[in-house]
Design a protein around this ligand. Structure first.
Ligand SMILES: CC(C)=CCC/C(C)=C/CC/C(C)=C/CC/C(C)=C/COC[C@@H](COP(=O)(O)O)OC/C=C(\C)CC/C=C(\C)CC/C=C(\C)CCC=C(C)C
Ligand SMILES: Nc1ccn([C@@H]2O[C@H](COP(=O)(O)OP(=O)(O)OP(=O)(O)O)[C@@H](O)[C@H]2O)c(=O)n1
Ligand SMILES: [Mg+2]
Length: 168
């Protein structure tokens, strides 16, 4: 498989894990509305438990589907589950870290943090998945370059579908 397509195929669970909370979002904020010692919300209302677990499940499921489509890419179902879960957890944790940072610097919920919104989730997803199945440096660089565009396209798509109130 072309190494660049292989990189996209590899990262797909993280993409779906990052995108699906927009659809699965729930009511209970992950910080339960609590504030940090700086008087601002810890994470904000943009992070709900249902979104988090929905994203984790969706991302892991995508890897299982990918396993049945390209079994030799993963080698085993167990590997697909491990990699899918690690990529999804990494993506969602990266998104939480991004929200935490945005709240600390006083950005309101939904405020665009260029760079952080596009790379945060990808970097943590790649870090968590690295020990399970590593990509080449070139493939990682390719993903860092192409993800902002896919992120941009997906957010506009979600905005047009009415899933997001902002196209970013
Ligand atoms: C403009 C360019 C160059 C590409 C555009 C690609 C595009 C239009 C993708 C849309 C894919 C899609 C159908 C998305 C689902 C809709 C959805 C729920 C989007 C919600 O996005 C919200 C956002 C979360 O916000 P936050 O980041 O601020 O927390 O998540 C951003 C989403 C992503 C970063 C990834 C979205 C991509 C997918 C869900 C899978 C699509 C896969 C590809 C485009 C790569 C194809 C791979 C192969 C190997 C064929
Ligand atoms: N763990 C998560 C992540 C996202 N979402 C949902 O997906 C939407 C888009 O995610 P994102 O853009 O990351 O959240 P923002 O609203 O921009 O909040 P923040 O400023 O904290 O990023 C959120 O509004 C929220 O409805 C969720 O419910 N749970
Ligand atoms: Mg956002």
């Amino acid at each position: 498989m072309n190494p660049l397509l292989e990189a996209l195929w590899y990262i797909l669970p993280a993409y779906f894990a990052n995108a699906s909370p927009v659809i699965f979002k729930g009511k209970t904020p992950m910080d339960f509305g609590k504030k940090f010692k700086d008087g601002r919300r810890i994470l904000g209302d943009g992070k709900t438990w249902r979104g988090f677990f929905g994203g984790l499940l969706a991302g892991t499921l995508v890897a299982v589907i990918q396993y049945y489509l390209t079994p030799n890419f993963y080698g085993s179902l167990a590997m697909a589950l491990k990699l899918g879960f690690a990529l999804s957890l990494g993506a969602l944790l990266g998104d939480l870290i991004g929200s935490f940072i945005k709240r600390r610097v006083g950005m309101p919920r939904g405020y665009p943090a260029v760079g952080l919104d596009q790379w945060g989730f990808i970097i943590t997803a790649l870090l968590l998945a690295y020990p399970i199945k590593a990509l080449s440096t070139g493939q990682v660089l390719f993903l860092l370059v192409v993800t902002p565009f896919i992120h941009w396209g997906a957010n506009i798509f979600a905005y047009k579908m009415g899933w997001k109130s902002v196209p970013w």
